[in-house]
Design a protein around this ligand. Sequence first.
Ligand SMILES: [Fe+2]
Length: 197
Amino acid sequence: MASAWIDLLDGIKRRLENQGLGGRVGFGADLVALGQLSPRTTAETGRPLPVQRHWPAAGAGDELGRWIAEIGQDLGTAWRQNPNYRAAPPSTGFLDNYGYLECAGPEAPYCTPHLRLGLLLLGPRTLYPQHHHPAEEIYLPLGPGRWWKDGEGWQARVAGDVIHHPPMCGHATESGDAPLAAIYLWRGEIARAAEIG
Ligand SMILES: [Fe+2]
């Protein structure tokens, strides 16, 4: 399992380098720091989220997805939903088709107050509408989907791409006929959850 964590971090680093982002965003040093952490096993046994019916099939075609599945299974990491969305779902059925599995972060097995690393999962034909947050973010999609970013509009993205969101930059994601899984990394002001708008 420890090797799955290191394999995952190395795989993310390679994708950043392949996209020419290795030295242009600050996440390279963060990946080194994450590699120093040892996991703690969490005792979370919450009820599964409905969106989990799409996992791990949604990530099975990508090596990063397979490593995340191994890490999540071994650590018992609980799936979560943004409390802002639970309080006010952005659309009917959204909460049945949205959730994330956080591997590193203040509450996660790889415990750190500085970063978040996890997996976003959307069910098929699901729009995660425009939202923003003060943390800087990168996404690594594990399959095809459509991604919107303020100033750039909608773009088709595939596994191997890296999507960068500066702090407070509005962005959105939409899955196609298949579920969409994407690894995310947050740095900077990570305590404040994303808000719609
Ligand atoms: Fe985001």
